[in-house]
Design a protein around this ligand. Sequence first.
Ligand code: SF4
Ligand code: SF4
Length: 197
Amino acid sequence: MGRYFTVRLREPTGLRFACVRCDLCCGTGPNVALTVFDAVRMARFLGLGWREFLARYVRVIVADVLPFLSLRGDGAGRCLLLHTKVTGETVCVAYPARPMRCRLYPVLVERLGGGEAVVDAACPGLGRGPPLRVPARLYEQYVWERREHYRRLHRLVVEGGLHPLRALEEALEAAWREAEEGAVWADLDYLESLGSV
Ligand code: SF4
Ligand code: SF4
């Protein structure tokens, strides 16, 4: 079996999954890509403005003409949001607002559409526990957020002529306003109701 394999979204996957809390996924935090929706949810949950959240936790690079956001890691590649309690247990300090990629792991959203998802076989939780069923509503919410994230940035950069970093600021400001006005994507209870892996 290769590292990644494909499963059907609304059908039994034939896989089993139970997280063994090995922290392999959180230990590679810099690979967690964020949308503006993730960033706004996390900043609000942590009681930060989006600028402060970006400054503390996010790496922004401009790839081609669009900005790309991912969580920063420490020197060992461990997500800065993963804290260790005195008991030695690890905890994500933004867990209720964790990024969609973290919510869905080991399911990955690498193809938008087509009724299929990709599973990362590197996760040690696979092969254990109850049958893995991809939470289709959560998956589709993330597909919408990814598309909307890039659609907004593309419009601001390509049609609006903004510098990619200025476009990112505008997109974050707009998402922040929407969240303040009660957008459903900003409601953590709503996200929770979409299911989990
Ligand atoms: S999701 Fe997988 S990689 Fe992440 S902590 Fe659980 S078992 Fe480990
Ligand atoms: S945000 Fe939380 S769940 Fe996601 S990689 Fe960081 S510590 Fe892990």
